[in-house]
Design a protein around this ligand. Structure first.
Ligand code: V1S
Ligand code: CA
Ligand code: ZN
Length: 397
């Protein structure tokens, strides 16, 4: 867009190391770092780089990652290659690799990949700490399942935990919000024993007709962290379990009501929002029916609270719609409106063209009840909000 200017006094920063794009989990694996290439192309095509500061962060170091992760786990991660991997090895399985799901494969450049996306989240957190940014964005991060000594669900290093640990050096209370379709279990677990981080995750929860729980199988409404009253973390997690097919209006109301109540009661001095795009309609792994603007409404709602905000990516398995969503949400942060017609002179434009791929527009209709029927009635959604409000009473002490 011509004529757009960076609004004075409000700073958005974009933290991105393009080397992350060249990593591959394997051809049949749904996690495609290439979606970040598409995202960047859209962001540039709309001229959004003129509305924010761009940073190309260096990879995080071993010692920086060791602030959260076990050194034995990091040693393994930094040394394992497809050539030297021993899939039957004790350590290999114990650290979450292999198994029959192949969720966390060993691929070429794995260590490089994890240090790049982690470095970007840490760089973004530093920008918030030194007040260079009001909103700092890292679409390559958001790997919320990783534990201190365990890879899980496509996540090897938990960049979110590392970034929150940095924010905690100058913030008494950090709120973590997670709109990825999966439960943000790794972040919740990392901070379960402190009252200085509140974790709030919205996700699909339930058992499918074959008897398999939706990954990772945790995050029911009654899971609120430790139950021991002596534990400071008690009541400082809130989980919002949602059924298949939730639509824009239900999700927006649910998100605004519950998130608003949490912010009012917890009064965080910084917020981290994991904006996983697998909660969109038409996602290869997700089950919801959200459109891009409803997803972006969550970003806008959080941004409008005016607290320092770290905005990070996460899941998202239909790359063209991941790119559309994160481009839209970048625009939301800088306060720009984007043309629905995509600029045509961009690389990979074919990925967005044709009826199958969204017809060359930024905001195709992703609501599809043939794919996922809405199993959430308005009554159920209202009951869920009531339950969530009940859970929040712990915060009043
Ligand atoms: N749903 C799903 C799914 N699909 C895959 C997968 C598919 C093809 C591959 F080549 C490799 C893996 N794995 C899963 C899930 C993990 C989802 C992770 C989401 C990550 C995030 O978006 O939240 C953040 C980036 N894994 C499982 O469901 C595990 C199994 C439980 C599945 C069934 N098998 C038999 C056992 C393991
Ligand atoms: Ca979530
Ligand atoms: Zn996910």
């Amino acid at each position: 867009e011509y004529g757009m200017e960076k609004p004075r006094g409000y700073n958005v920063s974009f933290h991105y190391n393009p080397h992350v794009e060249y990593h591959h989990f394997g051809s049949s694996h749904p996690m495609k770092p290439w979606r970040l290439t598409l995202t960047k192309q859209l962001v540039l095509a709309y001229g959004l780089e003129y509305c924010m500061e761009l940073y190309e962060p260096r990879p995080a170091t071993f010692d920086e990652l060791a602030i959260f992760h076990d050194r034995e786990y990091l040693s393994f991660l930094s040394n394992v290659t497809p050539q030297n991997a021993k899939p039957d090895d004790q350590a290999y399985l114990a650290f979450g690799f292999g198994g029959d799901s192949n969720d966390c494969p060993v691929f070429d450049g794995l260590w490089n990949y994890v240090s790049i996306y982690s470095g970007a989240s840490m760089n973004a957190a530093y920008n918030l700490l030194n007040k260079q940014s009001d909103v700092a964005i890292n679409w390559s991060g958001g790997l919320h399942h990783a534990k201190k000594n365990l890879a899980s669900g496509f996540c090897y290093i938990n960049d979110i935990v590392l970034a929150i640990q940095l924010l905690l050096t100058q913030n008494q209370r950090v709120l973590y919000i997670d709109i990825d379709v999966h439960h943000g279990d790794g972040v919740e677990a990392a901070f379960e024993s402190t009252d200085r981080v509140f974790t709030l995750s919205y996700h699909k929860f339930g058992i499918d007709r074959n008897g398999y729980p939706f990954f990772p199988g945790t995050g029911n409404i009654n899971e609120m962290g430790p139950t021991d009253p002596a534990n400071r973390g008690k009541g400082h997690s809130l989980n919002i379990p949602i059924d298949d097919g939730i639509d824009d209006d239900q999700y927006k109301w649910l998100f605004k009501t519950v998130t608003g109540a949490v912010i009012d009661k917890y009064n965080p001095t910084a917020i981290v929002l994991q904006s996983g795009a697998d909660s969109l309609g038409g996602d290869r792994l997700g089950r919801f029916n959200l459109n891009i603007k409803a997803h972006g409404f969550c970003v806008e709602t959080v941004k409008n609270y005016g607290r320092p905000l770290l905005l990070i990516g996460g899941g998202g398995y239909t790359p063209r719609n991941v790119a559309r969503t994160w481009c839209h949400e970048t625009a939301v942060c800088v306060g720009a409106e984007l043309h629905n017609d995509l600029p045509t002179h961009i690389p990979y434009i074919q990925a967005f063209q044709g009826t199958e791929n969204g017809g060359g527009i930024l905001y195709p209709d992703l609501h599809n009840t043939k794919r996922h029927e809405n199993l959430n009635t308005d009554v159920k959604v209202r009951k869920l909000v009531e339950q969530a409000m009940e859970n929040l009473r712990y915060l009043e002490g």
